[in-house]
Design a protein around this ligand. Sequence first.
Ligand code: ATP
Length: 270
Amino acid sequence: MVSIDVWNASVDFPIFDAKSRSLKKAVLGKVGGHIGTDTKIPVIEALKDITLSLHDGDRVALVGHNGAGKSTLLRLLSGIYEPITGGSKIVGKIAPVFDLGVGMDPEISGIENIMIRGLFLGMTRKQMEKRVDDIAEFSELGDFLQMPLRAYSTGMRVRLALGIVTSIDPEILILDEGIGAVDAAFMDKARNRLIDLVKRSGLLVFASHQDDLLLELCNSAIWMDGGRMKMQGSLREVLTAYKGRDPYENLSPEMLARLGVEQVAGGDSR
Ligand SMILES: Nc1ncnc2c1ncn2[C@@H]1O[C@H](COP(=O)(O)OP(=O)(O)OP(=O)(O)O)[C@@H](O)[C@H]1O
C-alpha cells in the first residue's frame, strides 16, 4: 500500500541576490508566494503549513494561479524538498515527471535514453528492455531510435519522452503540467496511454491548468493559493469554486460521454 503524509509543512526560498527597492513593488503583486522581508534576506514563502494525507487509489488534481505553490508541493510530495517546519512521510516508490525532457541525454541514442530514463523513474533495465518495442511503436521513431537524441526534432523528443513515461508501472505518480504541453494531435494519441498509466499507478498527484485532462485523470482536488491549501474536496466541487463555474458546463457531448457523465446539472457523478 502506498501513501503520502505531510503535516504542518512549510517551504521557504531565501533569495540572496534580490534587489530590495523593486521588492517593495513586488509584494503588491497578485501571483506567487508571500515574500517575507522581516529578515535581511528576503524569503519567498512558497508553502505554508500544509497538512494532507493521500492514499492508494487517490487521483488528486492540484489547481491554483501561477506561483500558488503547486510545483513546490509536488517536489515536497516527491521527497525532493525537505520542509523547514513539520514533516512528511512517503511510503512507496515515486515516479516524478516534472518535465518531459529531464533525464534525457542528447549524446546517447533513443534506445539508451529509454533505459536511463526508465531507471530514473524507478524501473529496472530488464523491465525497460521489454518495453522498447512498445515505445518504438507508439513514438513511430523507427530507425531514429538508434540515433543520438541531438539528431531529433523537438517533437520527436517529446514523442520518445511521452512513450517512455507512459510505459512505466509507477507506485506513486507525480505529474507536473509539462506533460500536457504537447501538440493536440499527438496528445490525442497519448491520451489513452496516459489514462492506462494512471489506472496502473497506486496514487496520482497531477498539477495542471487544463481542465479536460484533470477531469479525465483525477477524482479529487486541492486548490493552492499563496502557498496555502485553500480548499480540498471532490474535483468538480473544487474546480467550480476555483473557476467560478461548473467545469462540465462547456464540455462537448463527446467529452461528457467519454467521462461517463450523463448530465451536467446535479451531483458529481465521478
Ligand atoms: N527554486 C526557487 N527559488 C526561489 N523561488 C521559487 C523557486 N521555486 C518556486 N519559487 C517561488 O515559490 C512560489 C511557488 O512557486 P511554484 O512554482 O510552486 O508555483 P506554481 O503554482 O507551480 O506556479 P505555475 O502555475 O506558474 O507553474 C512562487 O512565488 C515562486 O516564485
